[in-house]
Design a protein around this ligand. Structure first.
Ligand code: MG
Length: 374
């Protein structure tokens, strides 16, 4: 039996359905079925070898898009349960939210977007939807995973008016300037909590960041001191972990508290009310400010660290070289993408490159450009 859901929770039984009608699932809800389909997809397995910040071969212990997505799902479920929302829907959205990411993280996305500028651009968030709607090829009756409207809408975090119009039903809320479900709002903020904290952890592990340097950031400093008060003698990895777990706890607790307060104030009694209301799932002002400070710190000190910048330079070159080569000579594409290329060459190339893992892109670049005539 489903748990006792709040009146403003999305109900799987009342789903707006799938693009291709299918019999109702037995023994699991519509959103559980979505979650299961995502986990079994090829794009999901690829996340294991896609960069979050550190390229996959840089170390075995850094987050990848796969472990990132699992952390987002874990945080999202905790918050969803607390607010008596549909946990499975939040989990499905969290697990799918990065399926459209290119290799090499944001550098890869920016490089592919630059290549695609004259052809409609490239946006990883839209691509996640394209993966589950079109690119996965697993079922006899349809392309994609044929997920429910609610999961698909949740995956589409942001979207231009032009794209919203082209996308039809899932783009509707952008045209009406409405919010998505609370389940989707949670997945979005769980993403932020997960990456800010694991980037601190990975940044310290990699040696690109130092504890002293991070201590200039209020939220880190406060929790570092709390960890040292509880365990005056700990150091190294244990100290980092005791600090980061406290930061995650503070953020999750604050998110729940503020969201509960917003629910009380706005008193939504249906999903329709949630859609019309201002954002309900959010941090308190103080924590929001502190999160912004941490983000700024990470941008300056980690994402723009010279060692990260060197890898980003190579990543940009790999993506751009591949795109140009395929565009000049679509015959270099593997056969399944060649048939797609007959309809829209640049988009087929973008789909091919976006689907690559970090190491596949590196190997493909070598295969195309290394001249070894010995
Ligand atoms: Mg993410």
């Amino acid at each position: 039996m489903p748990p006792d859901l709040a009146p403003y929770a999305v109900r799987a039984a009342g789903s707006r359905g799938r693009r291709f009608a299918e019999p109702a699932p037995r023994g699991r809800s519509e959103f559980q079925r979505d979650r299961d389909r995502i986990i079994h997809s090829t794009a999901f397995r690829r996340l294991e070898y896609k960069t979050q910040v550190f390229v996959n071969h840089e170390g075995d212990l850094f987050r990848t898009r796969l472990t990132h997505s699992l952390e987002v799902a874990q945080i999202g479920r905790s918050v969803a349960r607390h607010l008596r929302l549909d946990e499975d829907l939040t989990e499905a959205i969290a697990l799918a939210h990065d399926l459209g990411h290119t290799p090499f993280g944001h550098t890869g996305q920016d490089a592919l977007n630059a290549c695609m500028k004259p052809y409609g651009g490239f946006e990883h968030n839209l691509q996640s939807l394209r993966v589950v709607d079109v690119l996965e090829q697993r079922y006899g009756a349809f392309d994609g995973l044929n997920l429910t409207f609610e999961t698909r809408e949740g995956i589409l975090k942001h979207c231009s008016m032009k794209n919203a119009r082209a996308l039809g039903d899932v783009g509707g809320r952008f045209i009406k300037k409405q919010r998505p479900s609370l389940e989707a709002q949670i997945a979005n903020l769980a993403d932020e909590i997960a990456y800010n904290n694991h980037d601190v952890d990975d940044g310290l592990r990699s040696g690109l960041l130092e504890i002293d340097q991070l201590s200039t950031v209020a939220i880190f400093r406060r929790h570092l001191h709390a960890a040292l008060r509880a365990f005056p003698r700990i150091e190294g990895r244990r100290l980092v972990h005791e600090t980061v777990r406290r930061m995650i706890d503070t953020l999750v607790t604050d998110l729940i508290k503020q969201s509960v307060a917003n629910v009380r104030k706005l008193d939504p009694v249906s999903v329709a009310d949630v859609r019309r209301a201002p954002a309900i799932v959010c941090f308190s002002e103080r924590i929001e400010r502190e999160q912004m400070e941490l983000k700024r710190f990470l941008r300056t000190n980690l994402y723009r660290h010279y060692r990260v910048a060197r890898m980003s330079m190579k990543a940009r070159k790999i993506v751009t070289d591949l795109f140009k080569a395929f565009l000049a000579e679509p015959g270099l594409l593997p056969p399944e993408f060649q048939s797609r290329a007959k309809i829209d060459t640049p988009r087929a190339i973008a789909d091919y490159i976006a689907g690559m893992t970090d190491r596949y892109a590196i190997v493909e670049h070598r295969r195309l450009f290394a001249i070894d005539v010995s």
